[in-house]
Design a protein around this ligand. Structure first.
Ligand code: NIG
Ligand code: FE
Length: 418
């Protein structure tokens, strides 16, 4: 008997662009009669209707479980479109260095950053990595995330990359959060290696090993990622790696135009990338190309905030018709597991409306990982991934920064309270 059910969209839309991002489908906005949702034993939604109609139509049914949501709001489970969550060794010391004036690139060039985390992650056992990863996933669930994209990328050699991807497979079986897994062996050039050697290693060793394990069913990697950046992988190398991934059946979802403009958004659009992340430095031509290709732009406001980057031109991108999604970018540089906090920053830093940020954190994030048909909105026959929040209007979740622990009462994944 919920007060508001925020469906996000209701006409079978797979992705929302432009002004459509600002018009949410909210049931019972007038608060006249409560709305109820019926979930079947397969974990999908059977019906959404007024409370009285549901009571009448399902009077012959006995329910396994009833949640009283009187006066509360129900929203779709949040989808985190971009994370680097498997690693050992925190970087709180680098946070201090950055506060004292060092830049992300300076720390990386000096052998810190991704290199520091790679060293610690290589040295850690699979069990150690799994334990901390599972804790992080449990926190994400508590904050309302029911599906998350997870990258490798702190191994940077075949064995260590596979170790990370195996950890993701094991966690999948042990934590009730859904994962879209991404191979990101081209996250940095490993110490002691040239970019040419690193590209060849990804193309000739790492990627084939991942694809082989995908074939045997030991891994279920869905996406390919590259950190396309000055001093990391250039546009040509990025293109080669992404194309090889596509050949192997992976979807393109990569780091583009973060710290320096390289024209990588244009390249991604050319390759029909399913998604590109960051885009702080995207050009007008890149925006036009992305609007045309329909590639989803995954915005990461936590990183822009922590690194004090000039935020990406999101308003311009929305006006141009680029589909916008959100991710936490959880990693040792940007330690934030909460999509609710990310939505708040999207509103304040990226100047998105609360409606736009919810769309970006649900249906559009689902599209960024190829799940918009089944996830990202509360519609009959979609998965019952939901949040029950003790708020009178859904916007309180974003507005009350840092309060989601108190506000989110239940998180439901495929019909199960988790
Ligand atoms: O998305 N930019 C590249 N990758 C991550 C950072 C990874 C790290 O610093 O460990 C990002 O911000
Ligand atoms: Fe990232």
């Amino acid at each position: 008997n919920a007060r508001q059910v925020v469906q996000v969209c209701s006409k079978g839309e797979k992705i929302l662009v432009g002004p459509a991002m600002r018009k949410l489908a909210i049931l019972n906005e007038t608060n006249e009669e409560g709305i109820s949702i019926v979930v079947n034993r397969q974990g999908s939604i059977s019906a959404i209707d007024t409370h009285s109609k549901i009571m009448k139509n399902f009077s012959h049914c006995s329910f396994d479980h009833v949640i009283d949501a009187t006066g509360k709001c129900i929203l779709p489970g949040l989808i985190d479109g971009h994370t680097h969550p498997v690693w050992a060794g925190d970087r709180v010391h680098e946070f201090a260095m950055k506060l004292a004036g060092a830049s992300y690139e300076e720390i990386h060039q000096a052998g810190g950053g991704i290199h520091f985390t790679t060293e610690k992650t290589r040295a850690a056992s699979e069990d150690e990595l799994l334990a901390s990863f599972k804790d992080r996933l449990m926190s994400m669930l508590r904050y309302g995330t029911t599906t998350v994209e997870c990258k490798s990328g702190y191994g940077l050699d075949t064995d260590s990359e596979i170790k990370m991807l195996r950890v993701i497979e094991r966690a999948r079986k042990e934590v009730p959060i859904e994962i879209s897994s991404t191979f990101c062996g081209a996250h940095a050039v490993p110490k002691g290696s040239s970019v040419k050697q690193a590209t060849e290693d990804v193309l000739n060793n790492q990627l084939p090993a991942v694809l082989l394990l995908n074939q045997t069913g030991e891994l279920q990697v869905e996406n390919i990622d590259v950190f396309c950046e000055k001093g990391v992988f250039d546009c040509d190398q990025t293109k080669q790696i992404l194309e090889a991934g596509v050949k192997g059946g992976l979807a393109i979802n990569f780091h583009a135009e973060e710290l320096n403009y390289l024209g990588s958004a244009e390249i991604g659009a050319d390759l029909n990338a399913r998604a590109m992340s960051h885009l702080e430095k995207i050009s007008d031509a890149g925006i036009t190309a992305m609007a045309k290709s329909g590639s989803v732009a995954v915005m990461l406001p936590n990183t822009a905030y922590i690194l004090r980057l000039v935020p990406p031109p999101v308003r311009k991108m929305i006006e141009a018709g680029v589909p916008i999604a959100l991710g936490t970018d959880f990693n040792p540089n940007a330690f934030c597991l909460s999509m609710v906090v990310t939505m708040h920053f999207a509103c304040v830093i990226l100047r998105m409306s609360m409606e736009e940020s919810l769309v970006a954190a649900t249906i559009n994030a689902a599209a960024s990982i190829g799940r918009a048909e089944t996830h990202g909105s509360l519609e009959v026959s979609k998965f019952a991934d939901m949040i029950v929040a003790d708020v009178t209007r859904w916007e309180h979740l974003i507005y009350q920064l840092g309060s989601s622990d108190q506000l989110i009462q239940h998180v439901i994944k495929k019909g199960e309270i988790v």
